[in-house]
Design a protein around this ligand. Sequence first.
Ligand SMILES: *Cc1c(COP(=O)(O)O)cnc(C)c1O
Length: 367
Amino acid sequence: MTRVYNFSAGPAVLPQEVLRQAADEMLDWHGSGMSVMEMSHRGKEFISIYEAAERDLRELLAVPANYKILFMQGGAIAENAIIPMNLVGRKSQPAVVDFINTGSWSTKSIKEAKKYCTVNVAASSESRKFTAIPPRESWQLSADPAYVHVCTNETIDGVEFHYAPDVAAQTNHAPLVADMSSHILSRAIDVSKYGVIYGGAQKNIGPAGLTLVIVRDDLLGHALPICPSAFDWKLVAENQSMYNTPPTYAIYIAGLVFQWLKRQGGVAAMEQHNIAKAALLYDYLDSTDFYSNRIEKDCRSRMNVPFFLKDESLNDTFLAGAKERGLLQLKGHKSVGGMRASIYNAMPIDGVQSLVDYLKEFEKKHG
Ligand SMILES: *Cc1c(COP(=O)(O)O)cnc(C)c1O
């Protein structure tokens, strides 16, 4: 068996230990004589898997007791609609929602929210081609928005918030809503600074098909009448994410990833590891003008690193050579171009070192 280094933005690399355990347990989970895929979501075996996953995630992120953890479906893109359908009802209609536009994913969230509310783009870095996060003091927040939305790691553009923006004072205590799809569990966060945290699992948690929502209790129970019942956070919470059949196998794998993270020392230890991996790659990119990363240094993503070859006519040669060395999925998103290396929790430092070694070798040959 050969395993490659997979730099895909998502679905993405998973810890090998987790995949091995899942393989061992595939046909017979813990003597049940069944695969997890075959279990009733209401049976005691699956309930124990679900409860352990919920408990471990709560522990890993230190989720306070007044927050619910929901295991949903539809991905972050569905949440872009589900969030306004659950939150704008707290205000008289049409409600205003503030957005900070920091890249492709924020732009998508804005477009979807416009179906349900009046959008105020309080700040945008679009004119800077999303290479920076607009300084907090420049944000033109509304006096009483239903919520303030940020994407704390822009997977495509490669910018990351390295702080939790404080918006309460200017917005009549509007909840901060964060799309953390591509960096959740990569760093320690203070959940209490957010009203809602959400993300698809397929970047840094587990398989596609599972969407995590962490929501403060007081934000439940305000869904618009048009909100589908399966997407009404209050109903989902009251039914332990089993108002309808949850993505059972994806929850099981996510649970194994949570256990793996605990064995690694938790999120704080993982953050140190991620800082070291990102530094290895950025330091090399910065050391030569054969390659470049165009993101402001104070908001470079530790998870998604876009970079360019100075001579873009070498792109295909670069990718072909990378593939020969088992370094896969390095082509940048079509909207940005160039290359992108996604180095999530499950990417070992040896993978990043192999990439840096290849960058050096390629430069030597073509520089
Ligand atoms: C991948 C991604 C999405 C889209 O997630 P889906 O699961 O495809 O709906 C949204 N936001 C961010 C930040 C992402 O990385």
